[in-house]
Design a protein around this ligand. Structure first.
Ligand SMILES: Cc1ncc(COP(=O)(O)O)c(C=O)c1O
Length: 414
């Protein structure tokens, strides 16, 4: 059994939030895609940093040197996590702010005579609107890779026409935060490289679930957010050397204009960065190996297998209920353990209310900022209910969710 070898108890012990009890139940958190729970070691490291005396970067006294060291360490750890070098890693407030900053800085060099950018209907809008806004300012065309609402995958049949010699940038997500589809990103990246376009990859929903390797992907920008992988609210971007050289960033005169610091406007969130390192060490602690990279690979393989086991269990039961509509690609398509559904005859908001109120199950509803996708799927109320599975979820929680959804049928008035 997959569950036998999985260090669930060890993992659950690392999350103080899992001790929360509501209505006699330990709370079942299924809201990871919106933001995971935070590991104890992350919380403690952040508190310790602040307790020990904080400092900005500019001194030669011990606390300042410590802060310099900790920022460097965070860059190092993130580089290992994302398969690149620390000189390619910049930090910011969150993914959205970094994407807006980069899109503006990049578009300074776009001339308006001709050209296009390519976005997708599958993406979270944080990987759509920053690029669209910049392109519109410069008068570029917007090309869109559409979603096939039947297969719930990207339709790549017109890819070669849409991504062409005039394409400046292709923005794609690795995986959908709303319905879990893992996109055929390799094919898209390959085509973008063929025509020399820059490539922006949204890995926010991917990094909590599977290994991503920036250098191997050959992308120019790759975004993620530490609060989705057991850390604090810190935005992260990996940037290729050629892309840094194309950025015309707004800056203060005394501030550095070299990569990777040029994107880090103002003072960084030092305690947050301490937490980022710790979050990565937490993931590594689930795996085995001598090197951080080996431990991370091993950890992802364990988490991946376990999460997919839980997700398949949930999906197969929900598929049997005639009052449930599942929104997911079929078995031939790889998915993150993110299960989106609707209860026929009940508003998603009310579904979430009942699940929380009666069963201590925390699920989110809405368009999850993947608004175009939700519109394309033509779902009622413009909202789905989403069960996002994390490494700390249990079979008991999944069974509780299945039972809770089953029980909802009695509340429906047909
Ligand atoms: C896939 C995806 N991309 C981007 C974002 C935006 O990230 P942030 O909240 O760090 O701006 C999110 C947040 O939910 C997301 O799920």
């Amino acid at each position: 059994m997959i569950t036998d070898n999985y260090p669930l108890e060890f993992i659950r012990d690392q999350f103080p939030a899992l001790q929360k009890i509501e209505k006699d139940y330990f709370v079942g958190y299924f809201d990871g895609p919106g933001g995971s729970q935070v590991a104890k070691s992350v919380i403690e490291a952040m508190v310790t940093y602040m307790k020990n005396g904080v400092s900005n970067l500019g001194g030669s006294y011990p606390t300042a040197l410590e802060t310099v060291f900790l920022v460097d360490e965070a860059r190092d750890h993130v580089a290992t996590l994302l398969g690149t070098d620390k000189k390619n890693i910049s930090f910011g407030a969150n993914m959205t702010s970094l994407a807006f900053k980069i899109s503006r800085a990049l578009s300074e060099s776009w001339d308006s005579s001709s050209g296009n950018i390519v976005i997708t209907e599958m993406d979270h809008h944080a990987n759509i609107d920053p690029w669209v806004t910049a392109a519109q300012r410069k008068g570029l065309d917007i090309h869109t890779l559409q979603v096939n609402p039947e297969t719930k995958t990207l339709d790549l049949s017109r890819m070669n026409e849409l991504i062409n010699e005039k394409t400046k940038l292709v923005a794609i997500g690795l995986a959908s935060n709303a319905i879990g589809t893992i996109n055929n990103y390799s094919a898209i990246i390959e085509r973008a490289k063929e025509v020399g376009a820059l490539i922006a990859v949204d890995a926010v929903h991917a990094v909590p679930h599977f290994t991503v390797n920036f250098n191997e992907l050959g992308a120019d920008f790759m975004f993620c957010s530490a609060y989705k992988f057991f850390g604090p609210h810190v935005g992260i971007v990996a940037v290729s050397e050629r892309a840094y050289n194309n950025l015309n960033v707004f800056k203060l005169r005394p501030a550095p204009d070299n990569p990777p610091n040029m994107l880090e406007t103002g003072t960084l969130n030092f305690e947050g960065l301490v937490g980022v390192s710790e979050a990565i060490r937490f993931i590594a602690s689930i795996g085995e190996g001598n090197l951080l990279s080996e431990q991370l690979t091993s950890a992802y393989s364990k988490m991946n297998e376990y999460e997919n086991y839980l997700a398949d269990h949930l999906r197969s039961h929900l598929a049997d209920f005639d009052h449930i509509t599942l929104y997911q690609a079929d078995n031939t398509v790889s998915k993150t353990p993110t299960v989106a559904f609707q209860v026929k005859g009940m508003e998603p908001k009310l579904v979430c209310h009942h699940l929380a109120q009666d069963y201590g199950l925390h699920l989110e509803y809405g368009n999850f900022y993947a608004q175009t996708l939700i519109e394309k799927l033509n779902v009622k109320h413009q909202a789905l209910v989403r069960a996002g599975i994390a490494p700390y979820n249990t079979v008991e929680e999944i069974n509780r969710l299945i039972q809770a959804v089953k029980d909802l049928k009695q509340k429906l008035k047909f």
